[in-house]
Each structure stands twice: as structure tokens, then as C-alpha cells.
Design a protein around this ligand. Structure first.
Ligand SMILES: [Zn+2]
Length: 243
């Protein structure tokens, strides 16, 4: 389908980004086994693997994935697992994964625009269905903060195919929903993430701690950069350390 060569040969800025990431880790392009979009990860051999699917804008998709690597190359450490001290400290894996993804997107987006790509192409084609899926959040009678904030992160995400105005009105509906009980938490999370987007920090420990303690002030958990077998050395605690 696509090759790194064919995708970068007519775009010198994209080629330069690829060359730069290649100095960090060897980049490999693979076809997604189930054709479910684009993604990227560092594999067990330390190679930077981009998975691809058929899309209307493959160069933008490649740029997106390379910018994930670019940010990691510059110091962002991905947070890939969590371990609560007590059951009451459990944070859904879905939130950890979304936060890891979205805090990177906020940092990457200005660079994506600087490469010359339109904001609407920041995500793969299937983000057109995002808003109708999000509409379902309002059918949840009494969600938990740690669940509903995942959808809020989607609403405040940078770029994408649904218009800014629509996002704003959706955000306001989320502020007002559920008798406004999540309004101040949402606003605080948003302010923390926007500060992060415009600041110089690439420290995932800091942004995870700030966001997660806004959602759960007494949280006591460990978050890992790899998997749970590396507890407690390869990660960090929120709240007091435990064994
Ligand atoms: Zn991404």
C-alpha cells in the first residue's frame, strides 16, 4: 500500500521529520492487520513502528504518527499502565490511555500545522463519527468523574474535522449536564492541559499528576512507563509510595 519513501518523496518537510526521527530510532511502516486506522509504538526491538490503513490523507496521518515519536524523542515518556494502592484508587485504563494520547496531541498540533497540513487532517478519516458517538455521553444518568473526563478530553482535543464552534457548544453542554457537578473539574482539567500545550514542559509525570489529582484529589497510585512488571522502578507514584 504505502511506503515511507512514496509518502515523503514529494514533501521535504515531512522527509526532514522522518530523517530526524530516524536518528533516534529506526522507523518502520506496517499495514494495520485489521485495517483500523493509524497508530504508532516503539516495539520490543526498540524500533519506531507506524501502522497504517487506507486513508484519504496518508501524508498527514504519517506526520501525525511521526510527531508522536518526535515528542518522545524530545523527552516525553509515555504512560502505559497503572496500579492503584487500594481498589478505591483505581483509574480506568481507558483514561490513562486517553490522557497519554491527548496530552501528546496538544503538544504536537502546532508542529503539525507548521508542516503545512490542515487542522481537519490531524486525525484519521474516522474522526467524522466522533461527535455522534459523543452525543451518547448525555444518556448516562450519573457517570463517574474518571469515566466522563475521557469524553471531555475528546471534546477539547486540538484539530480534527468537526468545527470549533460545535466543539465549544458541546463543551458548554458538558459543563451544564449532570446538574453542573463536573463543571469546575472540567474547567480545571482544561486549564491544566492548555497550560501544558503552550508551555515548555514535556514531563508526563507532572501533567498526569496534575490532571489525575484534579479528578481524584486523594488519589494514591503508581503509573508505569512500560508494564506492571517494572513496578515500582520504571514509573512514578501519585501520593505516597507503596510496595
Ligand atoms: Zn495520535
Amino acid at each position: 500500500m504505502y511506503t515511507l519513501l512514496s509518502l515523503t518523496k514529494k514533501n521535504s518537510a515531512l522527509k526532514a521529520l522522518l530523517d530526524n526521527v530516524n536518528t533516534w530510532r529506526h522507523v518502520r511502516l506496517e499495514r494495520s492487520a485489521d485495517d483500523d486506522g493509524w497508530g504508532s509504538c516503539v516495539d520490543a526491538n526498540g524500533e519506531a513502528v507506524v501502522t497504517c490503513s487506507r486513508t484519504d490523507h496518508p501524508q498527514a496521518c504519517l506526520a501525525h504518527e511521526l510527531l508522536h515519536f518526535d515528542l518522545q524523542m524530545k523527552g516525553y515518556r509515555r504512560v502505559l499502565c497503572g496500579r492503584p494502592r487500594w481498589q478505591s484508587d483505581a483509574i480506568p485504563m481507558r483514561l490513562i490511555a486517553a490522557l497519554d494520547n491527548e496530552v501528546q496531541h496538544h503538544k504536537m498540533f502546532p508542529n503539525f500545522r507548521a508542516l503545512g497540513f490542515p487542522a481537519q487532517q490531524f486525525y484519521n478519516d474516522d474522526d467524522k463519527s466522533t461527535l455522534s458517538l459523543l452525543e451518547q455521553v448525555f444518556s448516562d444518568f450519573l457517570p463517574k468523574a474518571e469515566d466522563i473526563v475521557v469524553d471531555f478530553l475528546t471534546v477539547i482535543a486540538p484539530g480534527g474535522s468537526f468545527p470549533r464552534k460545535m466543539r465549544e457548544s458541546f463543551k458548554n453542554r458538558m459543563y451544564d449536564a449532570w446538574d453542573g457537578q463536573f463543571r469546575s473539574m472540567f474547567k480545571k482539567v482544561e486549564a491544566i492541559i492548555f497550560d501544558w500545550a503552550s508551555g515548555n514542559s514535556r514531563d508526563s509525570q507532572q501533567i498526569f499528576t496534575d490532571v489525575l489529582t484534579t479528578i481524584k484529589p486523594d488519589l494514591n497510585m503508581w503509573l508505569g512507563y512500560n508494564d506492571k512488571t517494572s513496578f515500582p522502578s520504571n514509573g512514578f507514584f501519585i501520593g505516597p509510595a507503596f510496595a
